[in-house]
Write a protein that binds this ligand. Structure first.
Ligand SMILES: NC(=O)c1ccc[n+]([C@@H]2O[C@H](COP(=O)([O-])OP(=O)(O)OC[C@H]3O[C@@H](n4cnc5c(N)ncnc54)[C@H](OP(=O)(O)O)[C@@H]3O)[C@@H](O)[C@H]2O)c1
Length: 295
């Protein structure tokens, strides 16, 4: 199985590299190799690659900055995946892309399913939704929507909260935003397992289309942070609940955007575990990694 991967340095990109080791022949492309703001370079990279499958772990993920830089956000999150999917379809190679719960407005009283209407309330969300539509317009494409991703890799909420917990006495955490944390390592392991199915799948295969992928259950940002910090013996922070409004960020966030992963379970037989043990495992691993002497 040969896979071409856009994005090598980000959180999910690194998790995919680790999960694919020994299981896939993975060719990764960094920004220095292919800048996603250059659709011709994106197309050329796909056409030149010797691969059975292409996936994209790169994105413009700076949600607040996207408000001030909509062209850059749309170039990376919409035009680039469109170019990837078009080049893949030219070669009849399947393409797998990642998206976000930020395509929803957060006005819901139950976890979102794939058929729910997307109404993004930020530039980031609109750019990701445009990318989804462009990708899904092509045959043999899959889009996995994930939310609140955490792992051992990159800058992520669990790592960030653990760091702050060690440096602050009081940590104010948003308690009125709800969602489903997503274990980035479980996501990567799933994608590696599913790769042969995508590679072999014909145009009408149920493995293609839109899927939600998140750990089971819903939580607030506050309880998410608390679950991680409670694992760290070196934390000194006391957590205090605050509101999203108190942060005055540039981009609006959906107040409630849990994802229902039932379709993933039905099609792939894969059910992500409940969010809390997954967060605790990642926090334990990060604490252990930080305790290890630097090599
Ligand atoms: N993290 C979350 O909580 C979350 C939540 C929902 C959905 N998602 C989605 O999950 C996917 C993976 O996110 P992540 O957390 O792994 O993001 P990340 O850690 O921010 O990584 C983003 C990656 O995109 C690359 N990139 C950005 N602009 C580029 C450009 N112009 N050309 C080439 N590469 C570029 C970055 O490269 P550099 O290192 O060179 O900047 C980096 O490798 C994305 O589709 C994201 O929308 C993430």
């Amino acid at each position: 199985m040969k896979v071409l991967q856009f994005g090598a340095t980000g959180q999910v990109g690194q998790a995919l590299i680790a999960a694919g080791r020994g299981k896939l022949s993975l060719t990764t492309l960094t920004r220095a190799e292919v800048d996603l703001t250059d659709p011709a370079a994106v197309r050329a990279a796909v056409l030149a690659a010797d691969c059975d499958l292409v996936w994209n772990a790169a994105a413009f993920t700076m949600v607040d900055r996207a408000e001030a830089e909509p062209e850059a956000a749309f170039a990376v999150n919409a035009t680039a995946p469109e170019a990837m999917a078009a080049a893949c379809s030219e070669r009849d190679v399947p393409f797998v892309h990642l998206s976000t719960d930020s395509v929803f407005d957060g006005q819901t009283d139950r976890p979102y399913v794939e058929a729910d209407p997307a109404r993004p309330i930020s530039v980031y969300g609109r750019s990701k939704l445009a990318g989804e539509a462009a990708v899904l317009a092509r045959p043999r494409t899959a889009v996995l929507r994930v939310s609140w991703v955490f792992s051992l890799y990159g800058r992520n909420y669990v790592a960030f909260m653990l760091e702050l917990g060690r440096t602050r006495d009081v940590l104010k955490v948003v308690a009125d935003q709800y969602g489903s944390p997503t274990d980035g390592e479980a996501l990567a392991a799933f994608m590696v397992e599913a790769a042969p199915r995508w590679a072999a799948g014909g145009a009408g295969d149920a493995a293609f289309g839109l899927f939600h992928f998140a750990n089971a259950g819903e939580t607030s940002r506050f309880d998410f942070a608390q679950a991680a910090i409670a694992r760290d013996p070196l934390t000194r922070a006391h957590l205090e609940p605050t509101t999203q409004a108190a942060f005055a960020e540039a981009a609006a966030r959906p107040p409630r955007s849990p994802l229902d992963s039932g379709k993933l379970a039905r099609v792939f037989g894969f059910t992500p575990q409940p969010w809390r043990p997954a967060v605790e495992r990642a926090a334990d691993q990060l604490v252990l990694a930080w305790a290890a002497p630097a090599r």
